[in-house]
Design a protein around this ligand. Structure first.
Ligand code: C5P
Length: 308
């Protein structure tokens, strides 16, 4: 393996929405069986990697600097060190992260940072790992990291990390409503388990393997937002709304403002409202703004982590 000497490498990776998220039973490792469809949207994390002897990290674009750890708890830092170990690279990297995806928002911002760090360090160090090897490292970092590498629209099974591309025609317009306060992913999964336990012994155990329903894939293939709106579903939504009851009101407001349908993204608290097109999204955005919310118009699908 030869180590090339780029000065610095700038990589951009997208946040995601889960347009469908089915959660099955809990495996012994604590992870739940998933069947999900990810869509990468036009809200990006930027990671710039520069040569350094050791490993360091700076983060900008966050209101609360304490919200993002700068040590080994940070997924991008772990990604850089994992790649260095796998490639037996003797040096380090100074990573600069410019965040736009909300922290702990259910949009995979930390996973996008990790995917971007893998691609950036691979190019900076001249590691030259094939995509499949980067995917393998990504899945060891977290369930959503392989998708941030891949981008577009994809079906995730297993823990969400076994990916298959899904055909999606056209473009889908979303209005995102972020929250200042994030939600912890493990807390939301734990709440789902507790709600399911309360449902009682009469309910069947959730399955340990599950599929994405065909109508979801058909709707994506058709490119018709009205069809996709009928198929949006998130098994984590009840648990996220239990933790944050105000999200139910945000969903109601969005639909009243003209969105086709709304969903909590991943484990929340970001709410994603699907609109019939760009004009409708702008209208929904301005109505929600008048209600004191801070909505953002994005579109998907967009590509995964790439050098710019
Ligand atoms: O893999 P990631 O770091 O994104 O997962 C964060 C947490 O979310 C896990 O520790 C687990 O509590 C929960 N999780 C889960 N089942 C999945 C993915 C995540 O229970 N398939």
């Amino acid at each position: 393996m030869s180590f090339a000497a780029n000065e610095s490498v700038h990589v951009r990776a997208p946040g995601k929405i889960n347009v469908y998220l089915g959660v099955g039973g809990r495996h012994d490792d604590g992870y739940h069986a998933l069947a999900t469809v990810f869509q990468a949207v036009s809200l990006y994390e930027d990671v710039i990697a520069r040569h350094a002897d050791g490993f360091s990290l700076t983060v900008s674009g966050v209101e609360d600097p304490d919200a993002v750890p700068l040590d080994d708890r940070n997924l991008a830092m772990r990604a850089a060190k994992l790649l260095a170990a796998a490639a037996e690279y003797p040096g380090g990297v100074a990573l600069e992260i410019r965040k736009s995806v909300p922290v702990a928002g259910g949009m995979g911002g930390g996973s996008a940072d990790a995917a971007a760090a893998l691609v950036a360090c691979d190019a900076l160090w001249g590691t030259g790992f094939p995509q499949a090897r980067l995917h393998d490292l990504a899945s060891r970092l977290g369930a959503d990291v392989p998708f941030a590498l891949h981008g577009g629209t994809a079906v995730g099974t297993g823990r969400g990390d076994q990916l298959n591309p899904a055909l999606a025609r056209g473009r889908f317009d979303w209005v995102l409503v972020m929250s200042e306060q994030g939600l912890s992913t493990p807390v939301v999964y734990g709440r789902l388990d507790a709600l399911r336990d309360e449902e009682g012994a009469l309910a069947d155990d959730p399955p340990l393997s599950l599929d994405v329903p065909i109508p979801v894939l058909q709707a994506l293939r058709s490119g018709d937002p009205e069809l996709l709106a009928e198929s949006l579903h998130n098994d984590l939504q009840a648990a996220a709304v239990f933790e944050r009851p105000d999200l139910a009101e945000t969903l109601r407001l969005g639909i009243r403002a003209g969105a086709l349908h709304g969903i909590v993204s991943g484990s929340g608290p970001t709410v994603a409202l699907l609109c019939s097109g760009p004009e409708s999204a702008q209208e929904v955005q301005s109505v929600l703004r008048e209600s004191g919310l801070d909505p953002l118009h994005v579109h998907g699908p967009v590509p995964g982590a790439r050098i710019i």
